[in-house]
Design a protein around this ligand. Structure first.
Ligand SMILES: *[C@@H]1O[C@H](CO)[C@@H](O)[C@H](O)[C@H]1NC(C)=O
Ligand SMILES: *[C@@H]1O[C@H](CO)[C@@H](O)[C@H](O)[C@H]1NC(C)=O
Ligand SMILES: *[C@@H]1O[C@H](CO)[C@@H](O)[C@H](O)[C@H]1NC(C)=O
Ligand SMILES: *[C@@H]1O[C@H](CO)[C@@H](O)[C@H](O)[C@H]1NC(C)=O
Ligand SMILES: *[C@@H]1O[C@H](CO)[C@@H](O)[C@H](O)[C@H]1NC(C)=O
Length: 283
């Protein structure tokens, strides 16, 4: 009995050890791999030597759970996907809201991040409004929400709430609100925001409650299409430093950005190293 138990524990320990290379290889060796509940895979990283520029993450340890922030854009990081997206916590744009602090406009210009056009909606809550989206000085879209206080549906289909898709590669948005029905209380609080479609559809948020922060999906990439580190020259003066890891290649995954992917049949972190899949390894 005792022997069986020891064998079982040994088997368990071996299984845990066998499965650990893929799970622990997401960050660089010796680097903090999580901040709070968020996994921080390379090229994102915390501390010197742990990230690829400009994907430095700061871990704010003053709150519980700890909160990671992407340094270059100063937004709270909720989730990283090595497929070329991150989910961040973004404040809503508001007008006439008494108890809300004016929100800082988010600008992604100069960073390798942009709002995902396929994964987000521009959403405006309000009654009898035309909400216009601006990017720099240009109006790039807008939507109208008709007022009807008796409708209490949670859907967002033009009554008290409207949604539209955004153009690709956007790095900045702001919103203005134009009142379209004279009878409405123009002092009403109005908000607009970019929001992760999936979150908006699945969450049971009260569409009429004014939110302060919503998750938004950004696309990211490491390069212009070569995945070569132009800051590193080799001994003969050429550039040979590939930013992708072993068994990985440079691919145009999402939007305008290039990133690394594991070759087929390999898995792991394509920015560090990809391994033949675990079934192959156990044989
Ligand atoms: C977003 O940030 C706000 C303000 O810091 C915070 O209250 C909220 O919990 C955050 N949301 C998520 C999903 O972390
Ligand atoms: C508001 O919606 C209710 C229910 O759909 C409808 O009966 C009513 O006519 C609408 N009111 C206006 C002003 O459109
Ligand atoms: C955003 O729009 C508001 C008005 O809706 C304006 O007051 C503010 O200055 C704009 N911010 C930027 C950075 O353009
Ligand atoms: C340096 O880079 C050039 C251009 O990519 C390459 O042809 C050459 O083999 C590299 N030399 C070394 C020593 O890596
Ligand atoms: C491992 O890779 C092989 C070849 O690409 C594939 O057929 C197999 O389904 C993979 N197994 C797992 C568990 O991913």
């Amino acid at each position: 009995m005792a022997v069986k138990l020891v064998l079982f524990i040994l088997l368990l320990a071996w299984l845990i050890k066998a499965s650990s290379p893929t799970s622990s290889s997401m960050s660089k060796p010796e680097c903090q791999d999580m901040c709070g509940n968020v996994v921080i895979p390379y090229p994102f990283g915390i501390g010197a030597g742990c990230y690829m520029d400009p994907f430095e993450v700061f871990c704010d340890e003053s709150s519980l759970p700890h909160k990671p922030y992407i340094g270059s854009i100063n937004l709270e990081l909720l989730e990283v996907s090595l497929e070329g997206t991150v989910r961040v916590n973004n404040s809503v744009l508001s007008s006439n809201c008494q108890d809300k602090a004016p929100t800082a406009d988010v600008s992604l210009s100069g960073s390798p991040f942009s709002f995902s056009d396929t994964r987000n909606w521009f959403t405006a809550l309000g009654c009898g409004n035309l909400a216009l989206i601006h990017s720099q000085d240009m109006v790039i879209g807008g939507c109208v929400s008709i007022c009807n206080k008796t409708v209490k549906k949670r859907s967002c289909n033009g009554i008290n709430c409207c949604q539209i898709t955004i153009p690709p590669d956007l790095k900045f948005i702001n919103a203005t609100f134009i009142r379209i029905s004279a009878s409405q209380d123009h002092k009403e609080c109005k908000v607009a925001f970019m929001v992760d479609k999936e979150w908006f559809q699945s969450s049971l948020i009260d569409r009429y409650r004014v939110l302060d922060y919503v998750p938004v999906v950004l696309e990211w990439g490491i390069s212009d299409g070569t995945c070569i580190d132009w800051s590193q020259r080799n001994s003969t003066g050429g550039y040979s430093t590939d930013l992708c890891g072993t068994s990985a290649y440079c691919s145009n995954k999402i939007g305008i950005y290039y990133g690394c992917s594991c070759y087929e049949g390999y898995e792991g972190n394509p920015y560090l190293s990809c391994q033949g899949n675990s079934s192959a390894k156990l044989i």
